[in-house]
Design a protein around this ligand. Structure first.
Ligand code: SAJ
Length: 445
């Protein structure tokens, strides 16, 4: 069987590893294999990315250009847009995006495109691994038939597994080599070979009995976050109704040394994982007649947080007999979480939409995000991009309301409190001392 052949190549570091998709998951993974002494080839549809890598440049924060240059110079790492080179690879790992369609249904088109390329070059002795987050069954229901349609047989000719990515961009403590890796093969041979491959670059490999278990484990990890964030957001709205300080409640509950894990309310959830991954699980469940109510409810609560934030702004202006229409509103932060520049699915975009729809004059300041684009041309103010304004004294003084949407660490919140008249704080960015010294009226989520 082909397992022994593949394991022998891995053991001698003679296995040639291919990674399809060189984004924030694929490039670090490729670098880890090259750093461990494997010949590693990255496959990209974007020629610019391949060129940058081959000229020793990194476009991913977690991987330095000097490391890329060193690995390229050592001839261990290279990138290409020529997918014919897949036939040189003994192991091929797919790390492509899995977005949602507008209908909130899974979009596995990138996985299919990668699988098509692999199918054309598939030959005896290859191990194929999918890392892209996807619904349970993708590996064995979608990829396996594509590969076996070539006439090659699983276990006899090739192996197939799933292993979820757990990359947390910018995390100083956890990178590819020290994040435990879950691995599940479509067959035991596939599990064994894939687990052995990852054990060359990751300290802790956790093998499971099937690809489906591995696919579902990943979705549980992120659904767990979405549901608990939803709970925190519901608590925020409940505490607002009861006039109780949510943040103080959570801080108190978090003193419990067991059986509790704090999550915090916010203006909504952004990013390319948490808002999307749960829908891959609920979509598959629905195909089998199961309605995952927690996922639906979390989506309902989280996606309505921008409305709640707009309501807080309206309440604050109303207390000063000001209408939303014509008010000048400054958002502090538009990235989906602090100290990063990523605005994907950021709730700030929904908040801007809603404020504009009510006639407000909306600006934002975000040191990480120079400009935001509104992909929906039906947005108020059309598809015109919005640029980050300098955080001048004048800008703060002239704002009828300042909304802290992303609590970037570099912002001087004491200065914001000193110069603003009304602040809506959706992130508990203003601690007790700052609030006590503040002349501004402060409304907290
Ligand atoms: N958020 C809250 N309240 C919270 C936590 C997060 O409102 O208590 C919001 C954030 O502001 C953000 C969204 O939810 O808008 C998602 O935040 P996140 O901390 O989950 O960050 P992500 O999207 O970068 O999630 C990634 C995930 N990593 C992978 O999928 C590999 C997630 O599993 C990680 O747990 C998370 O990073 C992390 O811990 O940094």
């Amino acid at each position: 069987m082909v397992k022994e052949q593949i394991i022998a190549l891995i053991k001698d570091k003679r296995a040639h590893v291919g990674v399809v998709g060189l984004g924030y998951v694929g490039l670090p993974l490729l670098a880890e294999f090259a750093r461990s002494g494997f010949e590693a080839t990255g496959f990209e549809v974007d020629a610019n990315k391949a060129t940058q890598i081959n000229s020793g440049k990194s476009y991913i924060g977690d991987i330095t250009s000097s490391l890329v240059e060193e690995l390229v110079d050592s001839k261990l790492l290279r990138a290409t847009t020529n997918f014919d080179d897949l036939q040189e690879c003994d192991a091929v790992i797919i790390c492509v995006p899995t977005p949602l369609r507008k209908t909130k249904e899974p979009d596995v088109s990138y996985i299919l495109a990668a699988a098509e390329e692999i199918t054309k070059r598939l030959h005896r002795g290859q191990l194929i691994i999918l890392e892209s987050t996807t619904y349970p069954g993708t590996t064995d229901e979608v990829l396996l038939p594509m590969f076996e349609n070539t006439g090659l047989k699983l276990d006899t000719d090739f192996l197939l597994a799933f292993s979820p990515e757990r990359v947390d961009p910018g995390n100083p403590e956890f990178q590819t080599h020290n994040i435990p890796k879950v691995v599940g093969g479509v067959t035991p041979d596939s599990t064994e070979a894939a687990a052995y491959l990852y054990s060359q670059i990751v300290k802790d490999v956790h093998a499971v009995s099937s690809a489906r278990v591995a696919e579902t484990a990943k979705l549980l990890e992120n659904t767990f976050r979405a549901v608990n964030i939803g709970m925190a957001n519901e608590m925020a709205r409940l505490c607002y109704a009861l006039n109780i300080d949510t943040w103080e409640v959570i801080r108190a509950a978090a003193t419990k040394p067991f059986g509790f894990m704090p999550f915090y309310p916010g203006p909504g959830i952004g990013g390319h994982c948490i808002p999307l991954d749960p829908h891959y699980l609920s979509w598959k469940a629905r195909q089998h007649g199961f309605d995952s109510r927690f996922i639906g409810l979390a989506e309902e609560v989280n996606s309505h947080m921008p409305d709640h934030v707009v309501q807080l702004v309206a309440d604050g202006l109303n207390d000063e007999s000001k209408a939303m229409k014509g008010s000048r509103i400054l958002l502090l932060g538009v990235a989906y979480k602090k100290d990063i520049d990523d605005v994907r699915e950021s709730p700030a975009l929904s908040i801007i939409d809603r404020l504009r729809a009510k006639g407000a004059d909306v600006r934002y300041h975000d040191p990480f995000v120079k400009e935001v684009h509104f992909d929906d041309a039906h947005t108020e103010g059309g598809g015109e991009p919005l640029g980050s304004v300098p955080l001048t004294d004048e800008e703060l003084r002239a704002s009828d309301c300042v909304v802290i949407v992303t609590n970037h660490s570099a912002t001087d919140y004491q200065r914001v409190c000193r110069l603003s008249s009304l602040i809506v704080d959706t992130r508990n960015a203003l601690n007790g001392d700052v609030r006590r010294d503040s002349s501004a009226r402060i409304i907290r989520l």
